[in-house]
Design a protein around this ligand. Structure first.
Ligand code: FA5
Length: 359
């Protein structure tokens, strides 16, 4: 070791350089804390080598060095302590119970399930009960019992999937062919067969048709309302629709009935709802025609007063009881909710998480 004197300021500069190198080494974080402590503060460290040089500083200047060395050691100690508490020592069961947990990704119900729950709650509030009927059913319930005998042309509307009957069908004329139900109206006569009156049912189920485009999917959901009692009129039907529409879509929405034809209701109607974008005017505020509805109204689904033949097929006397029924698509109804902005029904079943996460 040289005995030459060195100025305090030179030694302080060297000490500060050693401090900066030490802190950078700690920050690089590629060595365990215990190894770094030995390397940076141990007997063979640069800091120890430099502090041994204090004897070469002129006596009158030495007192300047002590506080600097203390401060440098403290900063290196602090940095080493910080990494010692951040990282658990390897190969131990050490757990920092104060560390915030990692939140797992949270899922939610599919929007169709959300809509089904909402529809159910709205009808329950006015005394309707959700029921379930088969989604694979005898041809009798979705067709024949609803006034559509075999080969009736009205059946074509439903573009039905027929299934092979496993084995030989029995003698019961109502149990000959089976289908994937193309509409929830199969629940009408099934509900009547329970023999309890009055009926206030809301039947929500999957339906199947050979259709696919922007507004059709081969599997979709309908909700079917059926109300049967004495003296049920079209006024009740309109009142129930207005209740549903205001609850589901908001207070500014209204319904209208348009004459239509179904084999199982008489009279029959299509139910329209005023458009949520132009509020039934057909025009936007700037005078241009509304692109969503074109004429101010959107179709929700079918409805009507239950046909006497259907009541009789369900064992109910049409001279004493009357009722109304309606069947609307869950997906289409949901798409008409303002703010949904869905322009293709198939998106609902594309299983794209980026789409589903938005709801
Ligand atoms: C019927 O299915 C009748 N059962 C409705 C009914 C019930 C009338 C009770 C009278 C009394 P329609 O075929 O129009 O009617 O279907 C009703 C609604 O189901 C449609 O307005 C639409 O919202 C929905 N829908 C029909 N087919 C599809 C499909 N392939 N994809 C998605 N939604 C559909």
């Amino acid at each position: 070791m040289s005995d030459e004197l060195i100025a305090a300021s030179n030694l302080i500069s060297l000490l500060i350089e050693a401090q900066e190198d030490a802190l950078a080494t700690i920050k690089a974080g590629n060595k365990p804390e215990s190894e770094l402590r030995l390397q940076l503060l141990g007997a063979k460290s640069e800091l120890t080598r430099l502090t041994r040089q204090i004897g070469r500083v002129p006596k009158e200047e030495r007192q300047k060095i002590g506080p600097v060395v203390t401060e440098i050691k403290r900063s290196i100690e602090d940095a080493l302590n910080a990494i010692a508490t951040d990282a658990p020592p390897k190969n131990s069961d050490w757990v920092d119970v104060t560390t915030p947990g990692i939140r797992p990704p949270e899922g939610h119900l599919h929007i169709v399930s959300q809509a089904i729950m909402e529809v159910t709650r709205i009808f329950e509030r006015i005394g309707f009960t959700r029921v379930r009927h088969p989604e694979v059913d005898w041809d009798w319930y979705p067709f024949e019992s609803l006034n559509m005998p075999a080969h009736h042309p009205a059946r074509d509307e439903w573009e039905t999937f027929f299934l092979e009957y496993p084995g030989k069908p029995g003698k019961d004329p109502h149990k000959q062919k089976i289908v994937l139900t193309p509409h929830t109206s199969n629940g009408q006569v099934r509900e009547m067969e329970k023999g309890k009156l009055p009926i206030r049912m809301i039947n929500i189920a999957k339906c199947y048709r050979r259709q696919i485009d922007v507004s059709h999917t081969p599997m979709f959901h309908q909700f079917e309302g059926l109300y049967i009692d004495k003296d049920v009129s079209i006024g009740h039907l309109k009142g129930v629709f207005d209740h549903f529409v205001k609850q589901f879509f908001g207070p500014n929405r209204e319904t209208r009935l348009r004459p239509f034809h179904f084999q199982f209701t008489e009279p029959s109607f299509e139910v329209d709802i005023n458009c949520g974008i132009c509020l039934g005017t057909g025009n936007l505020a700037n005078g241009s025609p509304c692109k969503l509805c074109k004429a101010g109204w959107l179709e929700l689904g079918g409805s009507g007063m239950v046909h006497p033949v259907v009541l009789r097929n369900g064992g109910i006397d049409p001279d004493i009881y009357s009722g109304f029924a309606f069947g609307w698509g869950i997906e289409r109804t949901y798409m008409m909710k303002s703010g949904t902005k869905l322009d293709d029904i198939r998106l609902l079943y594309s299983n794209d998480v980026r789409f589903l996460e938005q709801f």
